[in-house]
Ligand binder design. Sequence first.
Ligand SMILES: Nc1ncnc2c1ncn2[C@@H]1O[C@H](COP(=O)(O)OP(=O)(O)OP(=O)(O)O)[C@@H](O)[C@H]1O
Length: 349
Amino acid sequence: MAEATTFVYVTVIVTESLSKRFPRVTALDRLTLDIGPGVTGLVGSNGAGKSTLIKILLGLSPATEGRAAVLGLDVATSGAAIRERVGYMPEHDCLPPDVSATEFVVHMARMSGLPPTAARERTADTLRHVGLYEERYRPIGGYSTGMKQRVKLAQALVHDPQLVLLDEPTNGLDPVGRDEMLSLIRRIHTDFGISVLVTSHLLGELERTCDHVVVVDGGSLLRSSSTSDFTQTTTTLAVEVTDSDTHPDGTAALRKVLTEAGVPLIGLDGLDVEGLPGAGHILLVEAAGEETYDIVRDSVAGLGLGLVRMEQRRHHIAEVFRTEETTPDTVRAAHTASAGAAAQKGNGS
Ligand SMILES: Nc1ncnc2c1ncn2[C@@H]1O[C@H](COP(=O)(O)OP(=O)(O)OP(=O)(O)O)[C@@H](O)[C@H]1O
């Protein structure tokens, strides 16, 4: 009988119908996830349930229902063992202002069980890795937001964890600081082989950094897939044609013919076509398969226009969601979830 209740975990993070209900708010609603090694982005708007999930994964907050495991350890029974193997960078400012980065990170290393010499050595290495070596003896109170975020990252890494959970590490950073932090996060995995779960409320910023993206809304899973699947679920062709005497607006003529042929066209409104020369004359065509290329070629030839370009564009993650929002059910589900989350947040703590 004991075997029947054993929950076998093979991935870095797994959750099964995980729920967390506060008296007036459902922060997580039957969330089922399976996250492998690498860098994973956990994306959701404010109040989506990201921090709640992290606290449950660390064994700091019990789930109301369902179960979860981190590195094969059940969060309900093995919180301490999980925290030995996992680093955590909290979202909010929690650093003591009167001590230096070195003192603070050494302290955290000692708390994680490292002996004094190893703690000092690891601290020096980690502060160098996050780019704080020069300033390591200055009191943290005088640091910029970016430097404080780096101290928080260093203390999460100092005990050489197998996994780090980073809660909104780019919060409060300017665009340059954001880029530097995202590169650092990527290197945590490429240089040290440490898996990363990083949260953000900005869908676009994780696509360069993450191998896999999980999107949550109102405590529920909206989507979980590899970054490339997000951006390549469909191929968009950028098509540019010349005008002719017969068709003074070649683009409009082609749009009409393609629409009549049933080829889906994407509106350019709001899409980033900067950098595409002649963007005003470009049609974005949803390519269903090889036949779409043939239809475009034949239509252009049939109109007697010149084909200037027909090239593939990758989707950005945010565009994928904008495209999906044209599906009424998706819109309704997403909006209902957002409205629920907003209402809950308003009523909440
Ligand atoms: N201790 C608590 N008591 C009551 N409600 C809570 C508590 N912690 C979180 N919540 C609520 O649960 C929901 C999810 O919060 P959570 O902090 O997990 O969201 P988040 O995605 O991390 O967003 P943010 O980035 O704004 O923190 C919110 O509605 C929040 O108000």
